[in-house]
Design a protein around this ligand. Structure first.
Ligand code: HOZ
Length: 445
C-alpha cells in the first residue's frame, strides 16, 4: 500500500487523495466547505485557541471540533488523563471505574439525572432516548422542530439543520417513508403550531425532542415560555420531553439548558463537551425511566466501545477542570463581546446583522432579525456570508463554514484573541463588500 509521505505535502494533494478514497473527501459532510466555496481545512494540530493546518498555518478556532473543546485544543489536564489511560489499555469491553466516576459527575451536574447510559455519538444518544420514550409510552410518533438537528438516525432526517440545511437536503433518500412518517415537525419557538400537533396527534405522541437552544440552524434561543409550553403540552398528553443537549450541555450553563431555563426534561442527550474531543455521548434521566434499558429492563441498546476508557478519562478530566475553574460567566462575557463586536462592525458598514451569546455558544446572522425559527434563519444573506467567511479564513480566523451552525468559545480564548478576531472581522466585511457581484467593475467576470 502506498502511504506516501505525511509531510510536507500541499493541502491540495491531500484533498485530491481524500476525494479519491472518501465521498467528498470527508468523514462528515459539514467539513467540506462547499457552502462557502472553499476547499476543506486539513488539520494537523491544535494548541489552545488555535488550529494548525497541514501547511503549518494557524487559525483562531471558533469551531473547536464542533463544540467539544471547551478548554481549547490539547488542554493539558485532558491530554494527561488520556495519555495515562491509554497506557493502561485502549478498550476493555468490560466495566471500569471511570464509567462510574463520569456518570456520577453527570448525575451531580445535570438536573433530573439519576442514571446515565454512555454511547459513542450524539446520534446514538438521541436515537436511543427516542427508543426509550417509545417503549415507556407505548406510542410511536415523535415531534421535532424544523432546523433542529439530532444526528443522522432515520427518524431525525426530516427538515433537519446542520449539514442537512447547509446542503439544502430537506430529507434524505434511504430513509423509509414509514419511518419519517412517524416524525412530525413544527417551527421552532411556535407554541401555536405545537398545540395544533398535539390537538391532532397528542394521544399518539411518544415524545417531543428539542434542542433547548437551537444550535444547528445558526444559534436561536428559545422564546420566553417556549420550553415551558413544551413541558406543559407533554404533561397534558402523557408524552415525554427530550432535551437534546449535545451542544448546550456544560455550555449554556454548568448543568445545561435545564439549569439555565429552569425547565425539566424527562430525558437528556449529552455529548461533545462530555467527551472533551473523544467519541463520547450519553442519554440520561431518572431511574424510573432509565431502568427500562437492558439489562435491567427490556429496551435494547448496546456498544462494543461504549464507556471507552480514553473517552471516560477525557470527560472526567474536562469536567473536573470546569468544576475547579468555574469559567461559565467569563466565557459568556467574552462571547458577548465577540457577538456585539461582529454585529457592530457589520452595522457600521450598513450590513444587517443580529446575534446571540449564550454561555460559550454564540451566533451571528447576516440579517435584520429577529430570528425565531428556521425560516427566519434562512433569510440571512448566504452569499455575503460566504465572501465574508473566506476573507476571515484567509486572515486566520476559522468559523464554522456554514451560515447554519453555532460558534463556540473556549477557556483558551483570551480577550486579545477576541480583539484580534474583531480586527479581522472588520477587514473581512470590507473585503466581502468589495467582492460583491454588483461591486465588480463593469465587464468583470
Ligand atoms: N453536530 C455538529 C454541528 N452541527 C456537526 C458535526 C458533524 O456533522 O460532523
Amino acid at each position: 500500500m502506498n502511504r506516501g509521505p505525511r509531510r510536507p505535502s500541499a493541502a491540495s494533494d491531500w484533498i485530491r487523495r481524500a476525494r479519491d478514497v472518501m465521498p467528498g473527501g470527508v468523514s462528515s459532510p459539514v467539513r467540506a466547505f462547499g457552502a462557502v466555496g472553499m476547499e476543506p481545512l486539513f488539520a494537523a494540530s491544535g494548541k489552545g485557541a488555535r488550529i494548525f493546518d497541514e501547511a503549518g498555518r494557524g487559525y483562531l478556532d471558533y469551531v473547536l471540533s464542533w463544540g467539544p473543546l471547551i478548554l481549547g485544543h490539547a488542554a493539558p489536564p485532558v491530554v494527561e488523563a488520556v495519555t495515562r489511560a491509554a497506557r493502561e489499555g485502549m478498550s476493555f469491553g468490560a466495566c471500569q471505574a471511570r464509567e462510574v466516576e463520569l456518570a456520577e459527575r453527570v448525575a451531580a451536574w445535570v438536573p433530573g439525572v439519576e442514571m446515565v447510559r454512555f454511547v459513542n455519538s450524539g446520534t446514538e444518544a438521541t436515537m436511543s432516548a427516542v427508543r426509550l420514550a417509545r417503549a415507556a409510552t407505548g406510542r410511536d410518533l415523535i415531534l421535532k422542530f424544523a432546523g433542529c438537528y439530532h444526528g443522522h438516525a432515520d427518524a431525525f432526517l426530516v427538515v433537519a439543520g446542520s449539514g442537512v440545511a447547509t446542503l439544502s437536503l430537506p430529507d434524505s433518500p434511504g430513509v423509509p417513508a414509514a419511518t419519517s412518517g412517524l416524525t412530525l415537525t413544527a417551527p421552532y419557538n411556535d407554541l401555536e403550531a405545537v398545540a395544533a400537533v398535539f390537538a391532532e396527534h397528542g394521544a399518539r405522541l411518544a415524545a417531543v425532542i428539542v434542542e433547548p437552544v437551537a444550535g444547528n440552524a445558526g444559534l436561536i434561543p428559545p422564546r420566553e415560555g417556549f420550553l415551558e409550553g413544551l413541558r406543559d403540552a407533554c404533561d397534558r398528553a402523557g408524552a415525554l420531553l427530550i432535551f437534546d443537549e449535545v451542544m448546550t450541555g456544560f455550555r449554556v450553563a454548568r448543568g445545561g439548558a435545564q439549569e439555565r431555563y429552569g425547565v425539566a426534561a424527562d430525558l437528556v442527550a449529552l455529548g461533545k463537551v462530555l467527551g472533551a474531543g473523544m467519541p463520547v455521548a450519553a442519554y440520561a434521566g431518572p431511574r424510573e425511566l432509565m431502568r427500562r434499558m437492558a439489562p435491567e429492563g427490556d429496551v435494547y441498546q448496546a456498544g462494543t466501545l461504549s464507556g471507552n476508557p480514553l473517552g471516560m478519562a477525557a470527560g472526567i478530566a474536562q469536567l473536573d477542570e470546569l468544576e475547579r475553574t468555574d469559567p461559565f460567566d467569563g466565557l459568556e462575557r467574552r462571547a458577548a463581546t465577540l457577538v456585539d463586536g461582529i454585529v457592530a462592525a457589520a452595522s457600521a458598514r450598513g450590513i444587517p446583522a443580529c446575534g446571540t451569546a449564550l454561555g460559550s455558544m454564540w451566533g451571528v446572522f447576516l440579517s435584520d432579525g429577529p430570528v425565531f425559527d428556521f425560516d427566519d434563519a434562512r433569510r440571512a444573506d448566504t452569499d455575503l456570508f460566504a465572501r465574508y467567511y473566506r476573507a476571515c479564513f484567509e486572515r486566520g480566523v476559522f468559523f464554522a463554514p456554514s451560515a447554519f451552525e453555532a460558534g463556540f468559545l473556549s477557556t483558551a480564548h483570551t480577550d486579545a484573541d477576541v480583539a484580534e478576531t474583531l480586527g479581522v472581522v472588520g477587514e473581512a466585511l470590507d473585503a466581502a463588500l468589495e467582492a460583491a457581484p454588483d461591486a465588480a467593475p463593469e465587464g468583470a467576470g
